[in-house]
Design a protein around this ligand. Structure first.
Ligand SMILES: C[S@@+](CC[C@H](N)C(=O)[O-])C[C@H]1O[C@@H](n2cnc3c(N)ncnc32)[C@H](O)[C@@H]1O
Length: 327
């Protein structure tokens, strides 16, 4: 499917045809699949009720969203957002039955204030990538197939990973590898990457293998993760979500975030803690102002071993929930 045809789909529901016949055929025969993580915990802790409004800022293939729709019923409303247009289109198909009670938009949650969403009872984010990103070789997320090294969730904007490598200095690249992937020998690897003119996933894989030898298989996922976080500015976007998201909650509203690595989880933990901490008098220690939110999860909820066994992508998931106080 070419980028032009994907763009025709931006922000519209799937009933609309792709003009180019070749792309329509390619699109329609693709198999999309993603197993939602911590599904039961999400529904139990966010507790969607009849008539409530939900904002899912990482719609993916609509797995969690479908259950939200079922729970809020015909009098409820779902706002959905995803940076990835192809996932958004597929989610539109999957959720088509609820089309009259939902509003799906293409975009990044870093721009949350600009979408003009109304206040909501539930705000949900299930961070990171979805299975189609890995399963579709053309997306350049996997070193198991050869393709352009892209790694963007949103291919209509920003810079592919190959370009990031090309324009970064050796030092900048080493910092990306070190900070976002805790990649050992980051400087040595960054130097080799700059010398190798990397354009594809396999070129990157070979470069890591040259530098890291037998350690490469264990370290490749970290290298790809680091580049993905940088290319999508994932931590910057999350910080904005954590700042702006709680402002959208109705009294009693819940915000839940599933994160997949420690850098994300630390941001969620610290932001939720700060919002749930009362202001105290520095001298007496007496509470001056009640915190506007309460923590529903004192510790993050983790998947059961059975879920991890069935879905390896769940293994690092951590789910935290915050609730707006009822006044
Ligand atoms: C783990 S998947 C969500 C899966 C979904 N909960 C489900 O059950 O099908 C994460 C999704 O978030 C999207 N995404 C990641 N970062 C984003 C951002 N900053 N803004 C909007 N969408 C984002 C990805 O494109 C991907 O589709």
């Amino acid at each position: 499917m070419n980028n032009f045809c994907i763009q025709q789909y931006a922000g519209v529901l799937p009933a609309r045809a792709i003009d180019c016949r070749e792309c329509a055929a390619a699109y329609n025969t693709r198999v999309f699949h993603h197993t939602s993580v911590l599904h039961t915990a999400v529904l139990t802790l966010l507790a969607p009720k009849r008539g409530e409004t939900v904002l899912d800022v990482t719609l993916g293939l609509g797995g969690h969203a479908k259950s939200f729709l079922d729970a809020i019923g015909p009098s409820g409303y779902l706002f959905g957002l995803d940076a990835d247009q192809e996932n958004l289109v597929e989610a539109g198909r999957i959720l088509a039955k609820g089309a009259s009670q939902m509003d799906l938009r293409h975009g990044n949650f870093r721009d949350l204030p600009s979408f003009g969403f109304s206040s909501v009872d539930i705000l949900f984010a299930d961070l990171g990538l979805s299975s189609p990103h890995i399963d579709d070789p053309a997306r350049g997320f996997s070193f198991r197939s050869d393709s352009a090294l892209d790694l963007r969730f949103d291919r209509t904007t920003g810079m592919a990973a190959a370009r990031l490598i090309a324009i970064s200095t050796e030092h900048e690249l080493a910092e990306v590898l070190r900070q976002y992937g805790e990649v050992p020998s980051a400087h040595l690897l960054a130097q080799a990457m700059k010398e190798s003119e990397i354009a594809t996933t396999v070129q990157l894989k070979k470069c890591v293998e040259r530098v890291r030898g037998y350690r490469a298989p264990a370290e490749l996922p970290r290298v790809f993760q680091a580049l993905r976080i940088a290319v999508n500015d994932e931590l910057g976007a999350l910080q904005i979500l954590l700042q702006e998201g709680p402002k959208l909650l109705n009294p009693g509203g819940r915000m839940g975030v599933i994160s997949y690595h420690s850098l994300e989880d630390r941001l969620v933990k610290d932001a939720f803690r700060a919002l749930a901490t009362p202001q105290k008098d520095p001298t007496t220690g007496a509470i001056r102002t009640q915190a506007p939110f309460t923590l529903i999860t004192k510790k993050p909820v983790r998947p059961e071993a059975s879920e991890i066994a069935a879905n390896v992508r769940a293994r690092s998931a951590k789910f935290r929930v915050l609730q707006h106080r009822l006044h």
